[in-house]
Design a protein around this ligand. Structure first.
Ligand code: KIV
Length: 272
């Protein structure tokens, strides 16, 4: 399989189905720009999500709610230019799919017509089932997203873990089955107990991609600037810092400033 042999073959929904069947874990990260997408893709990541988390980490907003369709399309075009192998999925932003099934269908179609994305992601379970069905029936792959769904932050009241009560856990299991039945090709499980995520993953055939959902999911996703340690203040339990890029950047920029002041940059060999 392409993801393990390193041989170039474009990742598709079929790849993910096969990976789950073979017990090969799926790796996913978010991307918002060309150069980062190029680096993540050439490192061998399976899936790149143009997440509406760009509202937080790129735009500096408190929530993902202000992100627009035009912005998602803009970032997806930039990301896609850097990608050869990974599957690119675009988040449908708040209010692009809630008004009606037809409006959601039109917006999913816009993403597929105006960008090279391989599919879209929609937050919610039962309440978006009809929408997921309509979009997938048109041949557009849909990734589900349940558990903590950031677009519902004002309803939840906080970013705390979901699925800790029996009622919430039952709803998450039921939503996963509904999304699978509606045609979703995989489901993001965000911030739910590891054993619940295991139960969900074992109860459906399509892969689950966890974020703060423990080790038993069929794959994992993180927000790239978080795992690269670009925001030192944001350190929830589920984020592992694979780099402390904020510190490296601080050191590099201070050195640059100091070199300029000391008239050590540029040198003769760096000049024409
Ligand atoms: O927008 C996003 O980055 C996401 C991931 C956290 C799954 O939805």
């Amino acid at each position: 399989m392409s993801s393990t042999s390193g041989q170039f073959r474009k990742v598709t929904t079929k790849t993910f189905t096969l990976m789950k069947q073979k017990g090969i874990k799926i790796s996913a990260l978010t991307a918002y720009d060309f150069i980062t997408a190029k680096l993540l893709d050439s490192a061998g990541i399976d899936l790149l999500l143009v997440g509406d988390s760009l509202g937080n980490v790129f735009q500096g907003n408190e929530t993902t709610l202000p992100v627009t369709m035009d912005e998602m399309i803009y970032h997806t075009k930039a990301v896609s230019k850097g990608v050869q192998r990974a599957m690119v999925i675009t988040d449908m932003p708040f209010m692009s799919y809630q008004l009606s099934v037809d409006e959601a269908f039109r917006n999913a179609g816009r993403i597929m017509k105006e960008t090279p994305a391989g599919g879209v992601k929609i937050e919610g379970g039962k309440r978006v089932a009809e929408t997921v069905r309509k979009i997938t029936e048109a041949g557009i792959p849909v990734m589900g997203h349940i558990g903590l769904t950031p677009q519902s932050i004002h309803q939840f009241g906080s970013y705390r873990e979901r699925g800790t009560s029996q009622e919430e856990a039952d709803e998450i299991i039921s939503d996963a089955k509904i999304l699978e039945e509606a045609g979703a090709f995989c489901i993001v499980l965000e911030k739910i107990p590891a054993r619940l995520a295991q139960k969900v993953s074992e109860s459906i055939e399509i892969p689950t991609i966890g974020i703060g959902a423990g080790p038993y999911c069929d794959g994992q996703i993180l927000v790239t600037p978080d795992m690269l340690g670009l925001n030192k203040e944001f350190r929830p339990r589920f984020v592992r810092h694979y780099l402390t890029l904020a510190d490296s950047i601080d050191t590099a920029i201070k050195q640059y400033i100091s070199d300029i002041r000391a008239k050590e940059f540029p040198s003769e060999s760096e000049s024409y």
